[in-house]
Design a protein around this ligand. Structure first.
Ligand SMILES: NC(=O)c1ccc[n+]([C@@H]2O[C@H](COP(=O)([O-])OP(=O)(O)OC[C@H]3O[C@@H](n4cnc5c(N)ncnc54)[C@H](OP(=O)(O)O)[C@@H]3O)[C@@H](O)[C@H]2O)c1
Length: 248
């Protein structure tokens, strides 16, 4: 059987690590992209290699807000013997930077950084890996959020570029069909960032399920999208029903 090779951006920690671990458990070879978390990715892989008695993946590094890093990553990926032989089974756009900036202090550079991270790099990687994905009967999964149509204080740069990513992936689902499927997931409150514990608890007050999601909920949905051959152009919220209370 052909090796199922998946690239995940920001795949060493938190939700990314849950996706990486599940894909490895299901037999995939995971290319774990990191910006800084090289040690965490290597530790995750060392544990997996030992547990499953095989080489479960490798690590590649780059800052997705820098075009030169994205170009180098693509050159490496498209030159990889493994990808040439098997194609790519998955590309998961997971990397993100979720940090507030008061609206009066938001600069063009802040917008450019997140535009690059959430939109330009996912587009460059998707287009640059299209041929490998097509050969590997692969698909793309974007990890977005539930900010669509909501006001999230201090997060204009984040919510606007996530909305852009969501629409871009919807469009690519049509552009790439019938060769490569494209879907996306909108996690609700799953794991709080270190700066937002209070806000996170407030959000949970409006979530009908009344509790945070589990990173494995996101990982299971990614696997489902990768393995279900007729799913295309879907946006799946995984938010405990938060959308039911849209205005709260
Ligand atoms: N956590 C939640 O409850 C929640 C809710 C809604 C949506 N989401 C979405 O789900 C995804 C995963 O969430 P998370 O909380 O696990 O994410 P996270 O910890 O905020 O970020 C994931 C990874 O993105 C990488 N990253 C950040 N800036 C980068 C850059 N300039 N270039 C390359 N990589 C960069 C980091 O890699 P390094 O560690 O290597 O630097 C980081 O570990 C994100 O897309 C997030 O927006 C999460």
């Amino acid at each position: 059987m052909a090796e199922r090779i998946v690239l995940i951006t920001g795949g060493a920690k938190r939700l990314g690590a849950a996706v990486t671990n599940l894909l490895i458990e299901k037999g995939c070879f995971v290319l774990i992209h990191v910006r800084r978390s090289v040690a965490e990715a290597e530790e995750l892989l060392a544990g997996a290699n030992k547990k499953f008695g095989r080489v479960c993946g490798s690590v590649l590094q780059g800052d997705l807000s820098h075009q030169s890093d994205v170009d180098s990553m693509l050159e490496w990926l498209n030159g990889s013997e493994l990808i040439r032989e098997h194609g790519l089974f998955g590309l998961i756009h997971n990397a993100s930077n979720y940090a507030p900036v008061p609206i009066g202090e938001l600069t063009g550079e802040d917008m450019d950084d997140l535009y690059h991270l959430h939109m330009r790099s996912p587009l460059t990687l998707s287009n640059g890996l299209f041929e490998s994905l097509s050969r590997g009967q692969g698909s793309i999964v974007g990890i977005i959020d539930t900010s669509w149509k909501r006001h999230w204080k201090g997060l204009t740069h984040y919510t606007a570029t996530k909305a852009g990513l969501r629409q871009m992936l919807t469009n690519l689902a049509g552009e790439y069909a019938p060769h490569v499927r494209v879907n996306s997931i909108g996690p609700g409150a799953i794991l709080a960032a270190d700066w937002e514990e209070e806000h996170f608890q407030h959000v949970l007050g409006n979530v009908p399920m009344g509790r945070p999601g589990n990173p494995n909920d996101i990982a299971n949905a990614v696997l489902h999208f990768l393995e279900t051959n007729h799913l295309n152009g879907i946006f799946l919220p995984i938010d405990g029903g938060w959308d039911l209370n849209m205005n709260q």
